[in-house]
Write a protein that binds this ligand. Structure first.
Ligand SMILES: *[C@@H]1O[C@H](CO)[C@@H](O)[C@H](O)[C@H]1NC(C)=O
Length: 437
């Protein structure tokens, strides 16, 4: 399988010249040789270091474009100095439309603890933000009092076309006989109403597996709220949930994969979550993409995959509590040596990175030793593809999926007894220590 990393977009390649020059200047002005060299030696070593760093940087950048959550991790490695702000400026104008989910980076208040959330000590009270209207539709054959087996949580705002693609793929997926509810959370900017087309697309969906609920935010919620506080877990909750951003398309078999994977690993004490994402990022030693040998159809990865994220119920409750406590104490989710920590730092505003909730999970997983069960589907396919959406500035470029969705049969999923554990640096830790429930 060929990773898109080796094939950067044309726009990226075109920027290479300018970027290299800027990076060289930046690095040359930063480097401080300890010994006295001839001017020529210094110049040569600076150029070599500069070129190497610039290519590493470009590699990261292209890796991000294809390999990791669009909701967060762009532009990150550059933060200091004047030369740097020039680069940032250039990157912003070139990359933002294609790479950032524009509707989500605008939030001014990334996370506001609601009164109920702040005081919720017991598991009885709901942490889910109530400031939204709801439209509820129950499928005719469904008993709405019955606990669903699963819940699909779609978070969206104003990308109508993307949302339609995702909803369409969700409708077409195979759920067997399961009662599965669909929740769609529509965020909004504070100065704008709910996006009409998005609302309409939600209303049009005919959801046969269970209850469809369209939540219309009364005010801007932001990415943290949309992610962390949309799964309404009460003491009775037995369902599992998958959280999906609107630029994804799921495989028709994604649900069956989850069922099989959950049956195999949900009891393992080291499993914090499942993901539909085909992971390519190695957050430590990130100069090469993740390379899992083909004989492993599934692995437990330290890194989460945010594209189709399915946290375990109890772990999600634990995570929220942990997150709130850390936040209250003003702690930071830094994990030494991870590229994602650098991205988080470069996004920090008032100590908070407005679109990187995932770094909190990374810190949490690092501290508690949780892994995310990650599929490694054949032929470079994925259970959830990301359609790196073009924005207005890129209307000529057709959006394309990072990996094609898996269209094979449900019966092909093999879940080994002892899946490999993969560390932050992409190295296999061990296949024996897993399954330690
Ligand atoms: C959360 O669950 C409780 C109990 O089932 C329910 O009363 C409440 O309406 C739910 N809230 C949302 C936002 O779905």
């Amino acid at each position: 399988m060929v990773l898109a990393v080796g094939n950067p977009h044309r726009a990226l390649r075109n920027r290479l010249g300018n970027l290299s020059v800027s990076m060289l200047n930046l690095l040359a002005s930063d480097s401080k040789p300890r010994h006295v060299h001839s001017a020529l030696n210094v110049l040569i070593s600076r150029v070599v270091v500069g070129l190497f760093s610039a290519s590493l940087f470009l590699f990261f950048l292209s890796g991000l474009r294809s390999g990791y959550s669009p909701s967060a991790h762009r532009l990150a490695p550059i933060t200091r100095g004047d030369a740097d702000s020039a680069i940032a400026q250039q990157l912003k104008s070139d990359l933002s439309a294609e790479d950032y989910p524009l509707h989500m980076v605008s939030e001014s208040q990334p996370f506001k603890m609601s009164g109920s959330a702040a005081n919720a000590g017991d598991s009885q009270s709901s942490l889910v933000e109530a400031r939204s209207d709801r439209e509820v539709t129950v499928a005719p054959n469904i008993d709405s009092d019955e606990e669903p087996v699963a819940r699909m949580i779609v978070i969206t705002m104003d990308r109508e076309e993307s949302l339609v693609r995702l909803l369409d793929s969700l409708v077409k997926a195979n759920y067997g006989e399961d009662h599965v509810d669909l929740d769609i959370w529509i965020d909004r900017a504070n100065d704008k109403p709910i996006h009409e087309g998005v609302l309409h697309a939600c209303q049009k969906v005919i959801w046969k597996q269970g209850t469809k609920t369209v939540h219309k935010r009364a005010a801007n919620a932001g990415l943290y709220q949309q992610w962390i506080y949309t799964w309404n877990i009460t003491s009775e909750t037995t369902e599992f949930a998958v959280i999906l951003e609107d630029d994804l398309e799921v495989s028709p078999a994604f649900y069956q994969w989850l069922r099989v994977a959950r049956a195999a690993y949900a009891q393992d004490s080291d499993v914090g979550a499942f993901t539909l994402q085909r992971s390519t990022l190695r957050p430590r030693g990130a100069s090469r993409p993740l390379d899992i040998p083909a004989e492993h159809p599934v692995f437990k990865y330290r890194l989460l995959g945010t594209w189709g994220f399915a946290p375990q119920r109890d772990t999600w409750v634990e995570f929220r509590k942990w997150f709130e406590e850390k936040r209250a104490r003003g702690e930071k989710p830094y994990v030494d040596g991870l590229i994602t920590t650098q991205w988080y730092k470069s996004q920090e505003k008032d100590g908070f990175a407005p679109n990187m909730w995932s770094q909190w999970w990374i810190k949490f997983a690092d501290e508690k030793g949780y892994f995310t069960v990650t599929g490694h589907l054949p032929d470079g396919t994925s259970l959830a593809s990301n359609w790196r959406e073009s924005g207005l500035h890129y209307s000529k470029n057709k959006p394309s999926a990072d990996f094609p969705v898996f269209r094979g049969g449900d019966d092909e999923f093999i879940m080994p007894d002892n899946p490999i554990l993969v560390d932050w640096d992409g190295q296999i830790i061990s296949a024996k220590d897993s399954g330690s429930s």
